[in-house]
Design a protein around this ligand. Structure first.
Ligand SMILES: [Zn+2]
Length: 390
């Protein structure tokens, strides 16, 4: 006959096992978290969620903040560079993150900056490559800025440039205004002193030798003897005399691009093979040697990496200011106007845009930002897009 202790013993054993599991779970939970931190350090926005948001507001708010961020990775809008948008975040956590998708051409250095107004709190920014996969993985950010310096610079090394997505997030309930700007500058220093792309008279792909070949570079016209400039830090691979190019210099990029630069028709070379040069150094003088002897002096400039590339976007000057913000963000509308036909658009552009749908007059909306004459809005159904109410 079983004693009282023998029936209690399995229960006690079970209880102690459950306690151990609970303790182990907590213990291993902590270890897992610690190991994750060693393997993948927390991002600035995870740091903020962990250190500030959770202690002030608890896990539920952190989860809502995270889901707003994940939604912004998927639910994005298309813009062109240069770009400018003023935005604000209403009290709703769901609206605390937004994103833009854009194309960065090869040879351009992107600068993305967010400036908060005087009352603005921290702002988080992360840059992703998009395309494959179509929706980026949150762990695969190319760059993240530190919230005390909300600025990213990035240059793509892809031949065809790159599709990028920038996610911006601010703390919940922060009613401040912010201004986002995206601008590009040329990756290279211009190769002819006191000249610019305005001095280019023959472009990539122009017909050569009666259509037998295509022009694999840009011709930059300048007076004979004008200094030719190293477009980047690098090393002179070779200097040659003769053939179509006449006096030439091949310069190997030393800034990590894997490119080689070709300077042709020089009056004279001022460097020798193997020599290191710094961006901005004079490496030769403009002339018309080689097959340019019947044309005015100019530099034929080429860029090579697994074949020739069009140098133009590497040389074009800095972007302009970007669109002017023409609608005030104070007291924006909370509904579609009563009159006129208005559309929800995928990009802030009347002509080239994809229309998501026609909006209904007086339909309620939330304004999230403004660029040029377009509001970035969220509809009651949760759609995001640009709308013009003129
Ligand atoms: Zn040429």
């Amino acid at each position: 006959m079983p004693s009282k202790t023998s029936t209690l013993r399995p229960l006690l054993l079970l209880a102690s096992i459950l306690l151990m599991i609970a303790a182990c779970h907590r213990y291993f939970g902590g270890v897992t978290e610690a190991v994750e931190n060693i393997l993948t350090p927390r991002t600035p926005r995870q740091d903020f969620a962990h250190d500030s948001l959770r202690s002030d507001s608890g896990d539920a708010l952190v989860a809502a903040w995270d889901s707003a961020y994940l939604r912004a990775l998927t639910d994005t809008l298309r813009v062109d560079l240069p770009y400018r948008e003023r935005f604000r975040y209403p009290a709703s956590l769901e609206l605390s993150a937004s994103s833009v998708r854009f194309y960065l051409p090869p040879g351009r250095q992107l600068t993305a900056t967010v400036r908060p107004d005087s009352s603005g709190g921290p702002v988080f920014g992360e840059l992703f490559a998009v395309g494959d996969p179509a929706v980026p993985d949150a762990r695969d950010a190319l760059l993240r800025w530190s919230p005390d310096r909300p600025r990213i610079t990035y240059e793509s090394d892809r031949v065809g440039g790159q599709e990028l997505l920038l996610v911006v997030q601010t703390p919940p309930g922060n009613g401040s205004h912010y201004e986002l700007t995206l601008q590009t500058t040329p990756a290279l220093t211009f190769p002819v002193a006191d000249a610019s792309v305005r001095n280019i008279q023959s472009f990539w792909g122009d017909s050569r030798s009666g259509g037998q070949r295509r022009h694999e570079g840009n011709d930059i016209f300048a007076p004979r003897g004008t200094p030719l400039i190293a477009v980047a830090d690098g090393r002179v691979r070779s200097t040659k005399t003769g053939g179509l190019g006449g006096k030439t210099v091949w310069l190997r990029d030393g800034e990590g691009r894997g490119l080689t630069y070709y300077y042709a028709h020089l009056d004279s070379q001022l460097v020798r093979a193997g020599q290191s040069v710094s961006r901005g150094d004079t490496i030769g003088l403009v002339g018309n040697t080689g097959n340019a002897r019947t044309t005015p002096p100019h530099l034929h400039f080429g860029i090579y990496r697994n074949g020739a590339r069009d140098p133009y976007s590497y040389l074009r000057g800095p972007d302009g200011e970007g669109p002017t913000v023409r609608y005030p963000l104070q007291d924006p509308p909370d509904a579609v106007p009563e009159r006129g036909r208005h559309y929800l658009r995928y990009r802030p552009d009347r002509d080239r845009t994809v229309v998501v749908r026609e909006l209904t007059n007086t339909e309620p909306i939330t304004v999230l930002g403004v660029t040029e004459r377009y509001y970035r809005i969220r509809t009651a159904a949760g759609e995001t897009g640009f709308a013009n109410f003129d």
